[in-house]
Ligand binder design. Structure first.
Ligand SMILES: NC(=O)c1ccc[n+]([C@@H]2O[C@H](COP(=O)([O-])OP(=O)(O)OC[C@H]3O[C@@H](n4cnc5c(N)ncnc54)[C@H](O)[C@@H]3O)[C@@H](O)[C@H]2O)c1
Length: 267
């Protein structure tokens, strides 16, 4: 299997994309340390996994904004011989709004989870990877990090930062045999999306959901397992010569002209 012998730690693993990665990584033979601030949600989802898989799953509570928790988990995993080869920084917070809708505390929240969290979790686990001779840091960015999307002022800024943090890790630790890449999905059907629709547009959830699906020229939301498939490739040795890159999964959004822009063959 493609991830045989690898130990992979995923943050935000109880969520839509996180749990899809947990299932896909386990299916490919990895040992998976599934972490989230909501441990009960991981344990509930794990109960539905096919027989045999849970034996390689190690659920742990981890809030990526809590430095003491990161340090304690690192020590515990190292002592158990479960230091990760692959670290997936997936946990995130979102705030919707333009600049004038964004209060400093909104920026602080997004910053503390998406950027500072990535920094601290990676600072926790990277030295162990280096000591073991190499590793792989995979970050969940967003299409919003490479392509301006309406009303994502704070979130886009944090995801653009993650794109560049990915490249910085890739070049700064190349001699330590660390590679780093990120994934930039457009609209993925997860509780992240339904949650913010209910929070920001409680009277228009269905209408907004259909608009998000139509946003992708291929005509639907992206499924979490489609993001997980890319994560498996980037976590595996099949991608051993790929580092510092951002992989867009957007149903054709950034390919070029959208269908409404068609002006005829002679136009
Ligand atoms: N769903 C989308 O449309 C979409 C698109 C592009 C990128 N992404 C990115 O994919 C990643 C996963 O998103 P998702 O859609 O699965 O979200 P989700 O809301 O379903 O899951 C996010 C998970 O992160 C956890 N989390 C939040 N704050 C945390 C913290 N401080 N410490 C630890 N865990 C924390 C939550 O408990 C939750 O389980 C995020 O980085 C998100 O920005 C999502």
């Amino acid at each position: 299997m493609r991830l045989d012998g690898k130990t992979c730690l995923i943050t935000g693993a109880a969520g839509g994309i996180g749990m899809a990665m947990v299932a896909a990584f386990l299916a490919e033979g990895a040992r998976v340390i599934a972490t989230d601030r909501d441990l009960a949600a991981i344990e509930t989802a794990a109960a539905a996994l096919p027989a045999g898989m849970p034996g390689r799953l190690y659920p742990h509570a981890l809030d990526v904004t809590d430095d003491a928790m990161i340090s304690a988990l690192n020590q515990r995993l190292e002592a158990a011989g479960l230091g990760p080869d692959v670290l997936v920084n997936n946990a995130a917070a979102i705030r919707i709004g333009k600049l004038l809708d964004t209060a400093p505390q909104d920026l602080d929240l997004v910053y503390s989870v998406n950027m500072r969290g990535l920094l601290q979790v990676t600072r926790g686990f990277l030295p162990g990877m280096i000591a073991r001779g190499g590793g792989n840091v995979l970050n969940m960015a967003s299409l919003a990090g490479v392509h301006a999307m309406h009303e994502r002022f704070a979130y886009s800024a944090s995801k653009a930062a993650i794109v560049m943090m990915t490249r910085a890790i890739a070049i700064d630790y190349v001699d330590d045999r660390i590679r780093s890449n990120c994934i930039c999905p457009a609209r993925v059907e997860t509780p992240f999306v339904t949650g913010y629709l209910q929070r920001y547009y409680p009277d228009e959830v269905e209408e907004r959901f259909q608009a998000l699906a139509a946003y992708q020229p291929l005509g639907r939301m992206i499924r979490p397992d489609e993001v997980a498939a890319m994560a498996v490739f980037l976590a595996s040795d099949e991608s051993a010569m790929i580092s510092g890159q951002s992989f867009v999964i957007d149903g054709g959004v950034t390919a070029g002209d959208q269908p409404g822009a068609r002006i005829g063959a002679r136009g």
